[in-house]
Write a protein that binds this ligand. Structure first.
Ligand code: PLP
Length: 428
């Protein structure tokens, strides 16, 4: 498999961009190699600049649930572009997407469009702080909510000690108001509420954790968060940037019937263009400018191309029951993966929910951050390089989720299983 052109482009990129990329995980550092440069993508396949074809299980990190270059989405973007790329004034597309979202996720009575998941979560906590008149927020170890300062911290040495910034440039003063609890561990949340209950503006959580590999939130845990926040006058924020429209037509909240006060979305609702959104109960959302005085704005927010791509994607998902198909095909894939691994005497844990899955290189049952951290990342890197040679493009890091799209088919599954089999033959 040739990689000369990718290597050449990466060398040039390194002269121009930090680490040669515009988002760190793309650099393939944790799998010990250089990234591929992609030239084109169609359906379930991506093609690099050296002419290699891969079955893609990254799907742009989640947005492309319809697969790459879906003809109707491309058509909608082209048609919108003919009418201008941005107006800086209201357009009907904003109403269309907001209505689709609000109908699918009824707790989002009012919706504000932004340009990324990061913007959605940082705006959501500003709103929660304003609405409650409190400063502290509580997040969970292993959950990712974008790169705003308030989220970039790791737990301190003890649960009740202050967290420490996980990135230089984040002031300690900023993270002092962020508390960190353990995912799927309600007791850790109760302890923090005992200490700071009256100061906590909001608990923010991924109801399905998708940024430490796939770790589903347990129903009792999420239900517990709902009652604790209600009891203490704090808001519950579900960060559904990944889970929104991924498991069903709506959010994880539609599935679980645990209803948050504020929901953040991104990824799928943009159909591959840069979009985020946050929304919630009318009386909370009406605090945002210009109906209220919580400031939040965006030059390109509600962009007509992005609205067209998002609305078209949601309409396609609404009109056909893709979710049954996604469930079956991903079940078949992960089941067969498990068998192939076992045939090589590797008893790794595979978590799957709908069309998301993670192969954890550990034999432990993975239901929290600690178990995730027991994975053998060296072995993952080795496995990664071998399956890539076989034309399978998995997320280039152990702690990321793999995604299937509506156009991944049984032929892709068969090819993937055969490829993994050959790769494991070489490794074991
Ligand atoms: C991807 C992601 C974000 C950040 O979204 P960006 O569009 O990358 O800023 C926030 N929260 C969750 C749960 C995500 O998966």
């Amino acid at each position: 498999m040739k990689r000369e052109k990718s290597e050449e482009l990466f060398a040039r990129a390194l002269e121009l961009m930090p680490g040669g990329v515009n988002s760190p995980v793309r650099a393939f550092k944790s799998v010990g190699m250089n990234p591929l440069f992609i030239k084109e993508a169609q359906g379930s396949k991506i093609y690099d600049v050296d002419g290699n074809e891969y079955i893609d299980y990254v799907c742009s990190w989640g947005p492309l649930i319809l697969g790459h270059s879906h003809p109707q989405v491309i058509e909608a973007i082209c048609q919108a572009a003919q009418r201008g790329t941005s107006y800086g004034a209201p357009c009907e597309g904003e109403i269309e997407l907001a209505q689709l979202i609000s109908e699918a996720i009824p707790s989002m009575e009012r919706v504000r469009m932004v340009n990324s998941g990061t913007e959605a979560t940082m705006s959501a906590i500003r709103l929660a702080r304003a609405y409650t008149g409190r400063n502290k927020i509580l997040k969970f170890e292993g959950c990712y909510h974008g790169h705003a300062d308030a989220f970039l911290l790791k737990a301190g040495s003890g649960l009740l000690t202050a967290g420490v910034p996980s990135s230089p440039g984040v002031p300690e003063a900023v993270v002092q108001d962020t508390l960190v609890a353990r995912y799927n561990d309600l007791d850790s949340v109760k302890k923090l509420f005992q200490e700071w209950g009256q100061e906590i503006a909001a608990v923010i959580v991924e109801p399905i954790a998708g940024n430490m590999g796939l770790v589903p939130g347990e129903p009792e845990f999420l239900q517990g968060l709902r009652s604790i926040t209600e009891h203490n006058g704090s808001l519950l924020i579900f960060d559904e940037v990944i889970s929104g429209f991924r498991l069903c037509y709506g959010g994880f909240q539609n599935f679980s019937n645990i209803i948050p006060d504020i929901t953040t979305l991104g990824k799928i609702i943009g159909g591959g263009l840069p979009v985020g959104a946050y929304g919630g109960r009318k009386e909370i959302m009406e605090q945002i400018a210009p109906s209220g005085n919580v400031y939040q704005a965006g030059t390109l927010s509600g962009n007509p191309l992005a609205m067209a791509a998002g609305a078209t994607t949601l309409k396609i998902l609404k009109d056909t029951d893709w979710y049954d198909r996604l469930e079956v095909i991903t079940y078949v894939l992960t089941n067969q993966l498990k068998t192939v691994f076992e045939e090589h005497e590797l008893y790794y844990t595979i978590n799957r929910l709908g069309s998301m899955f993670s192969i954890f290189f550990t034999e432990k049952n993975v239901d929290n951050y600690e178990a995730v951290m027991s994975c053998d990342t060296q072995k993952y890197a080795q496995f990664y390089q071998e399956v890539l040679k076989e034309g399978i493009y998995l997320p280039p890091a152990q702690f990321e989720v793999s995604f299937l799209s509506c156009v991944h088919d049984l032929e892709d599954v068969d090819k993937t299983i055969a490829a993994v089999n050959r790769a494991l033959d070489r490794i074991v």
